[in-house]
Every structure is written in C-alpha cells, then in structure tokens.
Design a protein around this ligand. Structure first.
Ligand SMILES: Cc1ncc(COP(=O)(O)O)c(C=O)c1O
Length: 375
C-alpha cells in the first residue's frame, strides 16, 4: 500500500489535519544560523523557572525511576482540589493542557457536530475540532480599531455557538493577549445552551491581576457545561515536564477518564506540580517580575513606532505593519528568537515572550539594527 492509500483510508479529521507548528527552539536556531547566545523569546515559557523546592523534590523522585507513576495522580489531584476549592472528582490530568484540549474534542464531539473557536484563537482549538471530525467554525473578533482588537467578540462567539457541540475560548488568549472580564464571561455563558460545552483555556490565568477578571473555575457550580483547562508550563516554569489539568463537572470528568491514557502524567511531573503549588511565594515573585517587565517592554517597543497590543499574559503581540517573516529571520540570525504568527492569520505580527532586562536589551539592539537595515 502506498502512502496515498493510507491517507485516503484515514479518518476524515486526520486526513484534513495540519499538525501544530511548535516554532523553532534554540538548538534549531544554532543549527541554522550558528549564533552564540540565543535569547528564547518564542515559547511563552518562564525565564524565572520553577520554585527551588521543585528541583529538590525531583532529586528525591529519581528514586522512583524504575516504577510506573501513580495512574490516578492522587497527590496532585488533592493539591489541585484544595488550590481551586473544587471537587477532586471533577479534575482530570493531562500531559500538558494541549493534550487535554484535543482529548476533550475527541471524547465529546465528532462528525456531524460543530466545534467553534474565535479567529486568532490558540491554534490547538482548530486542530482539536478538525481531528475529532467535527465541522470547525471560527467566530469573528474585534476589529483593529477596537480597544480589544483581534480578541474574541462575545456577540459573534455566542452566535456561532448556537447549536454547536463545543466552544473553545482562551482567557487570556494566545497570541493576541486579550481576555474577557467577569461580566463578559458570565454574559456569554448565560447565552450558551446548556447542551453546548464551553472550554475556557486559562493557560495564562496566573498572570492576570485585573480585579474585574474571574477564573471560570469559580463558575463551575453555575454552569455544568463548563470546562476549564490550566497548565504548569507558564507561570509555574515547568513546560518541559508537560503538566496540564481540566476542571469540570464530575459527570464530564468520568468521560474524559475513559479516554485518558493510563500513566499519562509521569512521576516527575506529579511530584514537581505538587511542590510548585506549595510555593505560592515563588509564583507571586515570577508574576511580579513578568508584569513589571511587560510594562517596560511594551513602552520600549511602542517607542520604536510599533503597535503593541494590550496583553494579560507573559507575552506581547507586536504589529510591524509589513511582512514579519524577514524580521523574524534577521532577528533569529542575531540570536533573538521570536514567534511568527502568520499561521494565526497575523503575517505582519510577531509574538514576544517577556523575560528579563538583559533579554530586553538584546531584543532592542537587534531590532533597531534589523529595522534600520530593512528601511
Ligand atoms: C492558550 C494556551 N493554551 C494551552 C497551551 C498549551 O500548554 P501546555 O504546555 O500545557 O500544553 C498554550 C501553550 O502555549 C497556550 O498558549
């Protein structure tokens, strides 16, 4: 059988699927451009890393290397239930929240049903909708002259949600950075049929300090069709270990448990996440540092004459008003790695992960050089 025959025989969702593009990492940048130091400002990871207690706990965890991890991740689920004040029966763990976002669609939606996400929403939403064989619908967003430019428009999302099986929304969203306040979120949830499942992806929740924002985790009791995904990859500084979880009603969690792979969360991941939750001081420190830098970075980039979109996460979306791919490549060749977002329908923009002062200096000096040379 040729490859083509396999493709023709694949389930329709898989046949149509374009895999997630994770972008370049420092190793690939060095391979292509042989630069010295690489400033990785592309993956929205935390430069400040995990709490020191996590590294200590991992040394002890090495003693369990020959054994399978706890298949039910009991210690972590207990810690998460306390953290969010929710029923442990409504928590499902994933090998990163990416896995859960896809698992949710493949478990709860399928052919003949509709999956909805906003335009410029996190890329995995579309992948999940297509992979499960459903029809994918992208709802329109606020226009460029709006203060919430490029972020989900609740009226449009509510309209697209009518009759849909599943709706995804990241609050705040990657790569556009914006989020909904509590009133907007509640208004949207009130407008959606209880038969339509709503997934709120809160990968960047720890960074949001706006008083009018609310975690959808606090609304679970009011909306049985609501699911909330979270990750340890961002503010907790544990992206390499792949730890995510979903909070939802226990009767939805039971269905996700049916399709969850046994042992999907390894022992190191479970131990690290428990230790990370315990160190609230480190988390606050990371968020303080990130937000202070974010204001500084936004001001500096604006001064260069670039449009910087308001962000609630640990990153900024910047519009260069011309195709951004050559700017991305020229910066990468100088060791500054940003994230192109052409695949998100934003070919003139790059996404920049917030890091420390040194990274900002490297970014600005390379950017000045690249923009001057290009003019
Ligand atoms: C909005 C959003 N959701 C989910 C994820 C996936 O995170 P994880 O590392 O838990 O798979 C990301 C990663 O960048 C993200 O930006």
């Amino acid at each position: 059988m040729s490859d083509l025959d396999f493709l023709a025989a694949a389930p329709s969702g898989v046949a149509k699927l374009q895999p997630y593009d994770p972008g370049l990492d420092a190793i690939e940048v060095r391979r292509r451009w042989t630069v010295g130091e690489v400033f990785e400002l592309s993956g929205n990871e935390s430069l400040w890393g995990p709490a020191p207690a996590v590294c200590e706990a991992l040394k002890v965890a090495a003693g369990r290397l020959p054994y399978y991890p706890d298949p039910s991740a009991r210690a972590l689920i207990t810690a998460l239930a306390a953290l969010h004040d929710v029923d442990p029966a409504g928590i499902v763990v994933g090998n990163g929240s990416h896995e859960l976002l896809v698992q949710i669609a493949c478990t709860l939606a399928g052919p003949g049903q509709r999956v909805v996400a906003p335009q410029h929403g996190f890329a995995v939403f579309a992948i999940a909708g297509i992979q499960c064989g459903a029809e994918l619908v992208l709802a329109s967003v606020y226009p460029l002259d709006h203060e919430r430019a490029l972020n989900a428009d609740p009226a449009s999302l509510a309209q697209a949600a009518q009759g849909a099986r599943l709706v995804y929304l990241a609050n705040p969203n990657n790569p556009t950075g914006g989020g909904w306040d509590a009133a907007t979120l509640r208004g949207f949830l009130d407008s959606v049929s209880p038969e339509t499942l709503v997934v709120i992806d809160e990968a960047y929740a720890e960074y949001v300090r706006r008083p009018d924002w609310i975690s959808a985790a606090r609304l679970l009791a009011d909306y049985p069709n609501l699911m909330v995904t979270r990750t340890f990859s961002k503010a907790y500084g544990l992206a390499s270990l792949r730890i995510g979880y979903v909070l939802c009603a226990p009767n939805l969690a039971v269905l996700l448990e049916r399709t969850r792979l046994t042992f999907n969360l390894n022992h190191y991941a479970q131990v690290a996440a428990v230790a990370a939750i315990a160190d609230t001081e480190h988390l606050a420190y990371v968020v303080d540092q990130t937000l202070a830098q974010r204001s500084r970075w936004a001001r500096a980039l604006t001064k260069l004459g670039l449009r910087v979109f308001a962000s609630e996460g640990n990153f900024l979306l910047v519009d260069f008003a011309r195709p951004a791919q050559p700017i991305f490549a020229a910066l990468a060749a100088r060791g500054v790695l940003l994230r192109p977002v052409g695949g998100y329908g934003l070919p003139n923009c790059l996404r920049i992960t917030i890091a420390d002062e040194r990274s900002l200096e490297a970014l600005l000096s390379s950017l000045r050089h690249v923009l001057d040379t290009a003019q």
